[in-house]
Design a protein around this ligand. Sequence first.
Ligand SMILES: [Fe+2]
Ligand SMILES: [Fe+2]
Length: 232
Amino acid sequence: MTITVDRRPEAPSGPPKLDRAQLRKAQDDTLATPRMDYSLLAKMMFKPVDVMYGAKGSYTKFAMLEIIARVPYQAWERMGYWAMHRHRGRSALARRVYERIVEARADQDNEQWHLLILQDLVQRAGQRQNWLLHRVAPWLIAFFYYHVSWVLFLVRPDWSYRLNAEFEDHAEHEYMTFVAENPDLDFVPDPGTYAAEYGRYRSVADLLRQIGHDERTHKLDSLETMREPRVR
Ligand SMILES: [Fe+2]
Ligand SMILES: [Fe+2]
């Protein structure tokens, strides 16, 4: 007998894919929404990034931001496994913790596609990435962010989610502003390198709008989780 498993919680579909009109609207909505009030910790990451990579958006700056974007989800995944082990005697609770782990992993994967796409755009544009700015610096900031994320999660999980929401809000605005400032991107076709996994868009502008909208979804999810940060 074959048993079909039709509900696979470990493979969620990720943020919704938008059509052209929805992508345009998403851009307008972001640009009409003020940025969140960033905390000192968030500013401690945004400021050096602006100093090192320029205040304006660029493929290389976004690739760098995507390297560190994955980190809090990784920290939450690790803390989730620790909690599952701790609650192993309470199966219903352990299962709810597992659902959080699954979400964190899906968001990590989504960020990983962003990184692959941006890195592909960097390469196609023939932009150079040096060792210090594009290898050492992202590693240092990711290291800092990872440890801040899990320590915050231990003491005040809502602060950990809030910090991520600020990071995602920043990314959302950076992408949408970049697209608005570079109208020529609407005429550059999406190379579609990761079309099978991420979808294919009419232009690089639409591809970046979709990524910007993913960041908004991540932000809203974190703000939502902030209200009930501990699994009960
Ligand atoms: Fe991202
Ligand atoms: Fe994100």
